[in-house]
Design a protein around this ligand. Structure first.
Ligand code: BES
Ligand code: MN
Length: 458
């Protein structure tokens, strides 16, 4: 094991260069013009995994390809050899708005112990950390106590559309004891974390159609509804002043927080004054009756992600726009079901839409919330690996983001996911100037190295 840790230390600068190569691919899954970049990024990964000595294949799907890379399997089989999947994604969120980046999003820049690039923390840096740990085992000839299969996909940021079918097709080959994922965060570098719950999500796109074309607002204004106004009025009815989602029935299935969990939440480091400043808002806002940590991970929400209508160029243009559009997502918590929530929202929207406009509703991706016991033997193994690598007592937490495939893993492979995130709140995931902390990168590699020992003992 010491040889593994020494190898990681000795090769640190090469690993950083490799991460730079990895983040140069503009693998933006939401934007069709980047299809070839996703393919190229998948091919780069395959090539990289092969060089490490992994048995690797790139599988085409209806969407972006899936990378499967396996540690060499021994032919001698006595008893059950532990077997784990490391899941990650090589697709990234759109980098816009470009003008807010200090350096171009796909030209990595290192400043101090930060590597800036889209995808650095979410999720390329985090999945590469695991690959480097396994490289260290293989290149030092240190025996791995388990079999490991890397499963790295290219559609996580758009809801993992093709992965369920892939899992169904390869379910025997992918049978495993647990799935290990580093695609979440930790509160501070001194609080390494095991995340035991994530929120689910549903996405919707609403278009309000008004007149058949943009109209002169002086000639026609006063006689026809304005789609932007109609949409604004509908949106205003989706949430009340206490921060509660106003869709009837929305809270019906929400599991309340136990007194035990609320106590655990209260132990996490959090200072409202610093948080305010960090986010650049004049005051916090959230569902009344819950703390900010509860609000952002254990309570459901409805957010506007994008809102467009009318003339956006310079100067003024006096029109009644022909249409207005909004992109919405709702974050779900146990035991809300995506299909039911979509239905409730659709029904409510149709009810509150005025007859003077036409409402078009498209529902996009959906994912169930995830919750696993943090007290099982695998979770304990994860905590020991975090402690060994970071040198601090780990915390248990829930987080508000979503990883759509977790419940599919549970359903198809009957395996739980162990979420050991390496991201920091200040990493700017999904924001301009995304970065990955190079200490988290190095410690993440060490955590992974320890993890295979710890997990294989359970
Ligand atoms: N890594 C995130 C999920 C995450 C981030 C979980 C921080 C916990 C803490 C993942 O890549 C992500 O962003 N997922 C999307 C999924 C969606 C687009 C279907 C999300 O949560 O918005
Ligand atoms: Mn993400």
């Amino acid at each position: 094991m010491q040889a593994v840790l020494d190898y990681l230390q000795q090769n640190e600068s090469r690993f950083i260069e490799e991460l730079c190569e990895y983040v140069r691919f503009p693998s933006v899954s939401a934007q069709p013009q980047h299809k070839a970049d996703l393919q190229a990024c998948g091919e780069w990964l395959v090539n990289h995994c092969q060089k490490l000595g992994l048995e690797t294949k790139l599988y085409p799907t209806a969407g972006n390809p899936v990378v499967l890379a396996k540690t060499p399997r021994s032919s001698v089989r006595n008893g059950h050899r532990p077997n784990f999947i490391v899941y990650g994604h090589y697709d990234v969120q759109p980098p816009e708005p470009f003008e807010l980046w200090t350096s171009p999003p796909f030209e990595p820049r290192i400043e101090g112990r930060s590597l800036f690039a889209r995808g650095a923390t979410d999720n390329k840096g985090q999945n590469l950390a695991h690959l480097k740990a396994v490289e260290a085992y293989l290149k030092t000839g240190t025996e791995l106590p388990c079999d490991i299969t890397f499963l790295i996909e290219g559609e996580e940021e758009v809801g993992s559309r093709s992965l369920e079918g892939f899992l169904q097709e390869h379910r025997d080959e992918l049978a495993c004891d647990a799935i290990v994922i580093s695609d979440t965060g930790m509160p501070t570098p001194k609080h390494p974390a095991l995340t035991y719950a994530l929120r689910g999500i549903v996405s919707l796109e609403l278009t309000v159609h008004g007149p058949s074309r943009d109209l002169h607002s002086g000639i026609f204004g006063g006689t026809v509804d304005n789609p932007a106004m109609a949409l604004a009025q509908m949106l205003a009815r989706l949430r009340d002043k206490n921060g509660r989602v106003a869709v009837p029935g929305f809270y019906d299935d929400v599991a309340p927080l136990s007194a035990y969990e609320r106590k655990q939440f209260a132990r996490l480091p959090f200072k409202a004054s610093e948080y305010l400043k960090f986010l650049g808002v004049p005051a916090l806002f959230g569902e009344r009756g819950f703390t900010p940590l509860e609000q952002r991970s254990a309570r459901p929400t409805l957010e506007i992600n994008g809102l467009t209508s009318g003339y956006q160029g310079e100067g003024s243009k006096t029109i009644i726009p022909a249409w207005a559009r909004v992109k919405l997502t709702l974050r779900l918590v146990p035991n809300q079901k995506p299909a039911r929530v979509i239905k409730l929202v659709r029904t409510y929207l149709k009810k509150i839409c005025p007859p003077s406009v036409r409402l078009e509703i498209k529902s996009g991706h959906g994912a169930e919330p995830y919750l696993v016991s943090p007290t099982g033997p695998q979770a304990q193994a994860g905590l020991r690996a975090l402690k060994a690598a970071f040198g601090y007592e780990p915390v248990l937490m829930r987080e508000g983001g979503s990883i759509p495939i977790l419940n599919v893993f549970k359903k198809v492979l009957r395996a739980d996911s162990l979420l050991l995130g390496l991201g920091l709140p200040e990493d700017n995931a999904h924001s301009p100037n995304e970065k990955f902390d190079l200490d988290c990168f190095a410690k993440g590699q060490r955590m992974s190295a320890h993890l295979w020992q710890e997990l294989s003992r359970t």
